[in-house]
Design a protein around this ligand. Structure first.
Ligand SMILES: C[S@@+](CC[C@H](N)C(=O)[O-])C[C@H]1O[C@@H](n2cnc3c(N)ncnc32)[C@H](O)[C@@H]1O
Length: 171
């Protein structure tokens, strides 16, 4: 089950020395592979989640990686440097964020990126359990992120998935 997630992380093209932020890191399905890759260089991964349970779980799961930091809480209130990250990952998290907060959170995530940084997002597209692609694109564009590439894939259980990469244009 882990191989598709490793393949996804491989697609980020990490050299190993990057700063990466995994927003809504959960139990570490994606973070684990990022941490492994970054442990081969001097990169650093920041895991952010609002769930204490998942944060405790991921800390145990990734304890062998010294290059990982953990931040519990709302990203709006967390002490995380702006303009510091090469890559932000939002993997099946957006629909968990209340609609009226999504724009604010994406603007904050865009701010965390370095100029030319990239945001990788995967999100279900069903309106009742996901975010339609047009909404994702509008949110990203308002946050100052430009679509680099995207494609639709399918999850057997949950249906269509938007898989996109967005660039931060330098100010
Ligand atoms: C479906 S899980 C995905 C976890 C992980 N990204 C993955 O793909 O394995 C959604 C995660 O988003 C987290 N989450 C929900 N709202 C959040 C928010 N406002 N800020 C950060 N994390 C949030 C949840 O606690 C949960 O861990």
């Amino acid at each position: 089950m882990s191989r598709p997630y490793k393949r996804y992380v491989d697609s980020f093209g990490l050299a190993g020395n990057e700063m990466v932020l995994d927003y809504g890191s959960g139990w570490g399905r994606i973070s684990r592979h990022i941490a492994e890759r970054l442990s081969q260089g001097n990169g650093h991964l920041t895991c952010v989640d609002v769930s204490k349970v998942w944060m405790e779980t991921i800390q145990k799961r990734l304890k062998k990686y010294p290059n990982v930091g953990y931040k519990l809480g709302d990203i709006a209130a967390l002490d995380i440097a702006d303009g510091a990250y090469d890559i932000v990952v939002v993997h099946f998290v957006l629909h968990h964020v209340p609609k009226d907060e999504q724009q604010e959170k994406l603007a904050i995530l865009a701010r965390k990126l370095k100029p030319h940084g990239r945001l990788f997002i995967r999100e279900f597209t069903r309106a009742d359990h996901g975010t339609p692609p047009a909404e994702i694109r509008a949110l990203m564009s308002t946050a100052g992120l430009h679509e680099r590439e995207s494609r639709m894939t399918r999850s057997l259980i949950m249906g269509e998935v938007f898989d996109g990469v967005f660039d931060k244009a330098p100010a």
